[in-house]
Design a protein around this ligand. Structure first.
Ligand code: ATP
Ligand code: MG
Length: 342
């Protein structure tokens, strides 16, 4: 019996942050390792999604490789037969199926996507691309090509998963059983036992989450930051004037964020870390401890990253891309026949 497929990806549009690392990469790698005996894991770099919003194209190629190395440094095995690693743009069926689905998608339904509305609101009108508008269609193709059933989704992507289910269902109703419909958001959450709730906050403005495409980057720690710079960012983190360390996200978001970061860096649970520091009034000492752990973490991580063997990644990419091209082309051909192109 063929295994069901779990599919997940991480956009390479900028350097990655510690939020991306603890909130996405580490959970993805752990998931791949624990589920690969029972499922096929499709882990991909959605490079075609990278420039739905404007980027520096001179950086795209190196950023893609950076992301690949980060996955490996985070523990992703390259030699498991059922953990696939691939670049979206190397499998042309993604683009081809997108066009077919584009022509069966309403302008209205894309316009209702909140991620589109949020991102478009932050851009000047002349920088809002058609790609930003219809990237959920590309995302649907990413999923449907491999008959994936499980796709871990954060809040910002749930609407797109629902759209994928919609378009696949509509296509099947009209043209026959062509696509596998992925599980509902609720079933995904049950399956992945979600703690997708983790949100590291911006150090400068702890009312918002840390984001890799933040304009100023002042409150953001990138995995590529010089460790000493990261220490300065921690020491400069916005806190409060209560002189009382408490885990209270609403009233002391800055201190709470630092407690959470300290727990993640040291691999301890949050309650334990909170119990250790609770009631303390010396924010400076506390920050120094967080800064020290951040330096240790980044130094170690960057060293791991620089010792990664690119040839081993390249070999994995080529083998996954050639194998998955076959699956993707089979699905594409079914869709092409269904709509009368073949
Ligand atoms: P962008 O500014 O381009 O939206 P981002 O940092 O918000 O970048 P995304 O590409 O939107 O990153 O998301 C990538 C993954 O990282 C998602 O799984 C998301 O849930 C996770 N993630 C992003 N920011 C954080 C954060 N601050 N804390 C925890 N997880 C995060
Ligand atoms: Mg985001």
């Amino acid at each position: 019996m063929t295994k069901q497929t779990i599919l997940t990806g991480l956009r390479a549009n900028n350097d990655l942050t510690i939020g991306n690392y603890f909130g996405a990469i580490l959970p993805m790698v752990d998931m791949a390792k624990t589920k690969a005996d029972d499922y096929q894991i499709n882990l991909f770099v959605p490079d075609l999604h990278s420039f739905t919003t404007p980027i520096d194209h001179n950086q795209l190629h190196s950023q893609t490789w950076n992301n690949l190395r980060i996955f490996v440094a985070a523990g992703l095995p390259l030699d498991h037969p059922d953990i696939h690693l691939y670049r979206q743009s190397y499998i042309s069926a993604h683009s081809e199926l997108t066009w077919i689905l584009d022509c069966l998608t309403g302008v209205g339904e894309m316009g209702r996507m909140t991620e589109y509305k949020d991102k478009a609101a932050k851009l000047h009108e002349d920088r809002i691309s058609v790609g930003l508008f219809n990237y959920p269609v590309l995302m649907a193709a990413d999923i449907l090509l491999y008959n994936a059933t499980f796709v871990p989704v954060g809040d910002d992507q749930t609407q797109h998963l629902e759209f994928t289910r919609d378009i696949a269902g509509r296509f099947n109703n009209r043209f026959g059983d062509i696509f596998t419909i992925p599980k509902s958001v609720k079933e995904q959450h049950v399956f992945f036992g979600n703690d997708q709730g983790l949100r590291i906050k911006d150090l400068h403005d702890p009312s918002k989450k840390m984001s890799k495409s933040d304009e100023s980057g002042k409150g953001v720690i990138f995995l590529s930051d010089d460790p000493q710079v990261s220490a300065k960012k921690i020491m400069g983190a916005t806190t409060d004037d209560k002189a009382n360390i408490q885990f209270d996200r609403d009233n002391q978001p800055g201190i709470s964020n630092l407690l959470e970061i300290l727990a993640l860096l040291t691999g301890r649970n949050l309650q334990e870390v909170v119990a250790e520091w609770k009631g303390g009034d010396r924010y400076g000492d506390f920050k120094k401890t967080v800064a020290k752990e951040m330096v240790l973490f980044l130094t170690d991580f960057q060293q791991k990253q620089s010792s990664i063997n690119d040839a081993a990644i390249q070999k994995r990419l080529e083998s996954s891309e050639s194998k998955l091209t076959i699956t993707a082309k089979e699905t594409l051909l079914r869709a092409q026949k269904a709509v009368g192109l073949r």
